[in-house]
Ligand binder design. Structure first.
Ligand SMILES: NC(=O)c1ccc[n+]([C@@H]2O[C@H](COP(=O)([O-])OP(=O)(O)OC[C@H]3O[C@@H](n4cnc5c(N)ncnc54)[C@H](O)[C@@H]3O)[C@@H](O)[C@H]2O)c1
Length: 408
């Protein structure tokens, strides 16, 4: 028997995932849920989703009371953690859009990470963070190279997420305004006011998952400590009114000896070279940078240098395979939606969406821990919190809290 999923949050981002979850071959049926009835009806009318609809609901509470196996939470970012805990308490696996939670209080972010881990352990349910970087082509490729030991020892890495507030096609001003609309969105102002009254600040490292997750997962190494520098907006831009920093650049010491430079930028002109969401990783033997792999062939000290081999990569070469029946189902869904034939990977963020969907659905069907678990999620958030705390102390070295388990 297949899986029954609750899909909660049918807004801008949820809309990209609903047809993928509904068309996955292991998914028997879906319950559509959003507090806005018109969004539920819009998705219910989608020919890809319609044949699998088992219910239409207007609240998470109703979904938790239903008999579905797992719930996908793609709601506003300040809501995720308590909603995910509620789902697991109701005996269901849960998938959360990133980040774990977005609040202007670092200690509360860490508290929620701890609570999610505790809930996973107590209930036996699983949590997956839907981090798109984990399934970008470069992450998949480098994970495979690392597994085969082809990097040698990791020596240096850099990762960044540069999303300027006015990025063409995805203005953060518009996104913030859009998410603050509707029944749920309108409550944001009231929810955030007490934080700002007691002096809490927003900052880009409260959403560090796009920059840190790929490199950390490839190296399978834990962050130890960090020194970071913050850049504060200097032209009284109202978007940054409640921010102490609009950009933070951090330098982490990893427990494998590697130095890792991470940048989270919200006020920066388009950059040249690395993509807006990208990384470079260097080992004693192999390195990855900008769609190129280099291998110096060194496995032990030698005075006889080997040929330094360069391989130009394409996204197709870098991606992991996905089961044919899943690819076919996603392709068929796109065709029915009038999309480009044969390219189910066009579905967003470097082709990561289909992989995220496949990983979560498989984990639910197999009753196993998903690849991006509660412990991964907590580690990424702890890196962001420590980097912000260091930036607030002008670069003082701060230890990164270790939530345990991962690679212990
Ligand atoms: N690259 C990425 O990974 C990436 C990209 C974009 C967005 N996101 C994440 O996706 C999430 C959603 O973003 P969005 O732009 O779609 O937001 P949105 O405001 O368009 O949609 C959120 C929806 O959730 C619904 N909702 C919230 N709580 C609910 C509840 N208790 N019951 C029923 N419905 C509820 C709202 O009514 C709304 O329709 C955000 O957390 C964001 O961080 C991630």
């Amino acid at each position: 028997m297949g899986v029954k999923l609750g899909l909660v949050g049918l807004g801008a981002f949820g809309s990209a995932f609903t047809p993928l979850f509904a068309s996955h071959p292991l998914v028997d049926s879906v319950i559509l849920c959003d507090a806005e009835a018109d969004k539920v009806e819009k998705h219910a009318a989608d020919p890809v989703i319609a044949p699998k609809i088992a219910g239409k609901m207007l609240s998470l509470d109703e979904v938790c009371k239903s008999d579905c196996d797992a719930v996908v939470i793609i709601t506003q970012p300040w809501l995720h953690a308590p909603q995910c805990i509620q789902v697991m308490e109701s005996g269901k696996y849960v998938y959360s859009a990133v980040p774990v939670i977005s609040l202007p209080d670092d200690n509360e972010i860490l508290d929620w990470c701890g609570k999610i881990i505790e809930t996973v352990e107590r209930t036996g349910m699983e949590y997956m963070l839907g981090e798109t970087t984990m399934y970008r082509p470069q992450t998949m490729f480098c994970r495979r190279m690392a597994k085969q030991g082809l990097f040698g020892n990791f020596v240096y890495a850099e990762a960044e997420y540069a999303h300027d507030v006015d990025r063409h096609g995805c203005s953060l001003r518009n996104v913030a305004a859009f998410r603050s609309k509707g029944k749920i969105g309108e409550m944001k102002k009231q929810l955030m006011a007490p934080y700002f009254q007691r002096g809490c600040k927003n900052h880009p490292m409260s959403y560090p998952t796009h920059s840190v997750s790929g490199v950390v997962d490839v190296m399978r190494s834990k962050p130890v400590s960090v020194s970071a520098i913050g850049y504060a907006n200097s032209n009284n831009d109202p978007y940054f009114a409640n921010y102490d920093f609009s950009n933070i650049t951090a330098f982490f010491k990893m427990d494998n000896g590697c130095a890792l430079r991470v940048a989270e930028m919200r006020e920066i002109s388009p950059n040249i070279g690395l993509d807006d969401e990208d990384f470079r990783i260097f080992g004693t033997r192999g390195s990855y940078s900008m769609m190129k792999w280099r291998d110096n062939g060194r496995v032990e000290p030698t005075t006889d240098p080997k040929e330094n081999k360069l391989t130009d990569l394409t996204p197709q070469m870098m991606r992991d395979p996905i089961p044919q029946e899943v690819a076919d189902a996603f392709t068929e869904a796109l065709i029915r939606k009038g999309g480009p034939v044969k390219d189910f990977l066009a579905a967003g963020h470097g082709g990561s969406h289909p992989y995220l969907v496949h990983e979560f659905v498989s984990a639910v069907a197999e009753r196993r821990r998903p690849q991006v678990s509660a412990w991964d999620a907590a580690m990424y958030m702890a890196m962001g919190v420590a980097a912000h705390q260091s930036a607030q102390k002008d670069g003082e070295i701060v230890k990164v809290i270790d939530f345990g388990k991962k690679w212990d």
